[in-house]
Design a protein around this ligand. Sequence first.
Ligand code: MSP
Length: 695
Amino acid sequence: MKPSKPFYVTTPIYYVNDRPHIGHAYSTIAADVLARYHRLRGVPTRFLTGLDEHGLKIERRAKEMGKEPQAFVDSMAAPFREAWDVLECTPDDFIRTTEPRHEALVQQLWTRLEQAGDIYLGDYEDWYCVGCESFKTEKELLEGNLCPVHKKPVEKVKEQSYFFRLSAYTERLLEFYESHPTFVRPAGRFNEVKSFVREGLRDLSISRTSFRWGVPVPGNDEHVMYVWLDALTNYISALGGPAAEAPLYKQFWGEDATQVHIVGKDILRFHAVYWPAFLLSAGIAPPTQVWAHGWLTVDGEKMSKSLGNFLPPAPLAEAFGTDALRYYLMRGVAFGQDGDFSHEALVARYNGELGNGLGNLLNRVLSIVKKNLGGVVPDSPRIGGVVEIATEDGPIYEQLDRTLEQKAQEAARESARWLEEVNPGRALDAIWKLVAEANGYIDRTEPWSLAKRGETGRLGVVMYSVLETLRWLSVMIWPFMPERAEALRTQLGLKALEDREKDVDVWPAHFGELPAGTQTALGTPLFPRIDDDEKARIFASLGLGRDKESDRMSEQQEGPGAPSASGATQNSEPAIAADATPPEPFAPDMSFDDFMKVDLRVGLILSAEKVKKSKKLLCLQIDLGEKGPRQILAGISAHYQPEALVGRRVVVVANLPPRKMMGLESQGMVLAARDEVGLGVLSPLHDAQPGTRVS
Ligand code: MSP
């Protein structure tokens, strides 16, 4: 269902003690994707990001840098703004907690909590982690009084402090959770929040006297406010709230609006417990949803400066292209789960899903249109679903065309649903299913043969169907890859989405709206292939030196006694270089007739999916030139992303008896070569027709 309410999406406001890194980029890109999607739907949308500039951590960092805190935070704002620009993130507002507009409203919120009787003055004595800017109970600490998050010693704090009566909100919060079952996502994290609250809440210290870098407490400026109370308020202060009459606040924090806070799992408690408690106390409705995503590691390791893998986003965007980076982050790391940022995986997805999948689709289609139709979009075959063109060449609106249209409808519906459920990765899965369908459609309809045979009517139908599919794709990928989506549209001869009427819903819904007669313009590939040389150049430019894979290979080849790929150790024998490894003994000779009994065929992979519960198997639908595709299971899941195989030609043993694996029937075998280093599926050098005999 189309979203209709005003949509407000926020990122955490980032601490300015460090420069932006890929973890920050992950939240910001996700929020940007959601904002762009809602804007395409013509819904009033507001996207907020900003900076958390107060607190002890920042005060100390400024000191280390030999700067006054304000001068220091001012100097850190530009790198964040620039990073979001480079990443094509489009916040409507960028709030800094040192701005007067924010400070005034935090003080207003404090006054409301005070008026509600929820603030009292007391003495605080407990532990504090400056890294988290959070109080810790003895129970939470690791041995040696270390913070469980930062693994650094916590500090003992003993001072006068104002407290917020959080303990009085245990029941109210639980009731609120009960009546708002999707308040926290993913559901598993919500359960953690609920159990934390069920254990009972302690009052929260919300002011400090031992440092000055914060918002003064109204009426007692000996105290500055706890940095999290200050920071969380940014979500409403940026709208002009809690002053009820502020227009943005009315529009985006009103009951008629949806508010989504995107946060990392480490800061969920602040957003799902403290923030709604403050708001309930102030008589303000909590937001609609807090979405906690997982943490990124980099090439399998925790990101940290000491490991030298602290990844700023801009060089990656420059090396791979901003859109490829956005795509990779949104597709490669399931939202809500921890995931790994791997340079190798980025290249694999770039070449496979973007280059071979979408880029190749556009290129194939526009080349055929250029060669056979003068580059012009042919007449639409269907108006209101009715076949319009009849030719002597036979049926012109076939089941295949209908299926493609249905698949396009399905992709638009599914991707929209996933975006509304804040699951950008699943939305991309749905979109890429359509990319594979469209590539498979071209393979099956063989427009080049239609052109050769002069079946221009049918050719027109086929090309129209797939051009229209590309138009749909250009809209669906826009939230993720706005720049490449516009480039795709330029080649299709379409107006830029950026120039659309902003309050109109342009999400694709009616198949057949691409105007006939549109002049297409075959241009440069959308995602030029990153070959091995280019990859080496990019990796070197990122200071990665040799890639991990080659390190691993050389360890295996060079290290005496190092475990081999099969897990066996090589004792203390000198290492044998891989290319000198003697091959497996050859089989005894056989007759030519015997060889010819093996029916080897060229197959075209139409779709590829992981087999549930199997680590090894992919389920492939392969066109062997027969009536329908064959289902073949191949143990190659660890070596290929399914999408990267779609559209590839392979060699299939076609006359083996069917076999069941994991409850699925396999009707043949795909040939592959495996050595110590890896596995490669065999593919003919020339794109022979599916079903061609291999001998
Ligand atoms: N200033 C607070 C947030 C206040 S919001 C009212 C803060 N800032 S932070 O800069 O430390 O972290 C901001 C966000 O970056 C958090 O959501 C955190 O989860 C996220 N990430 C930091 N490192 C990360 C990864 N390695 N991976 C993914 N996200 C990570 O907390």
